[in-house]
Write a protein that binds this ligand. Structure first.
Ligand SMILES: [Zn+2]
Length: 179
């Protein structure tokens, strides 16, 4: 049987990606470590979608957090995109466990427009995004996903989106960050 896969995804092994995604999602959903809890890893319908996913600590209970993967209502979603997004958000989770989400960082990511932030705060955001994509590689490997090109392409796009919002004077080239 020919599997056409969802729209916008040219990968022919959609079922494989889907099973990787679900395995990874269920193995971290509810994870507890060092008093910190990843309460849920949720796939959530959202329209319009202006971000692929989010790692979000609770506002009132900072030792608890959720991961969201956003999908258009009624769409199957693109498995490769969603898997890479999940790995990246798990990268933010690992960085949060390590204590990198300082009060200064949290204040920076909730400031709009981000182009108004001082250079130091912009670099905190950029460093965290790079770290989350770097850490995400280990989750991709754990899931059995070894298409480095596909992963790094999404890392460049993800960091590129942040760079566009930050308007950093000394912005690095995303291609050089993830060659
Ligand atoms: Zn991110």
């Amino acid at each position: 049987m020919t599997h056409l896969g969802p729209k916008l995804c040219s990968h022919q092994d959609a079922e494989i990606w889907r099973s990787m995604f679900e395995r990874l999602r269920s193995s971290y959903h509810g994870h507890r470590s060092g008093g910190k809890v990843l309460v849920a890893v949720r796939v959530e319908a959202r329209d319009p979608i202006n971000e692929a996913g989010k790692f979000l600590p609770y506002r009132t209970r900072p030792n608890r957090a959720n991961i969201y993967i956003f999908r258009q209502p009624g769409q199957a979603g693109c498995p490769v995109d969603e898997l890479c997004t999940l790995c990246h958000e798990l990268g933010h989770w690992r960085s949060w466990l390590e204590g990198n989400h300082s009060a200064e960082y949290n204040s920076a990511i909730s400031t709009e427009p981000r182009s108004s932030l001082p250079p130091h705060a912009k670099h905190l955001i950029l460093d965290e995004e790079r770290r989350a994509w770097d850490y995400g590689r280990s989750f991709a490997a754990e899931a059995g996903f070894n298409d480095r090109w596909a992963y790094d392409l999404r890392a460049r796009l993800g960091v590129g989106n942040h760079l566009a919002r930050l308007q950093l004077a000394d912005a690095p080239d995303p291609v050089e960050l993830f060659p």
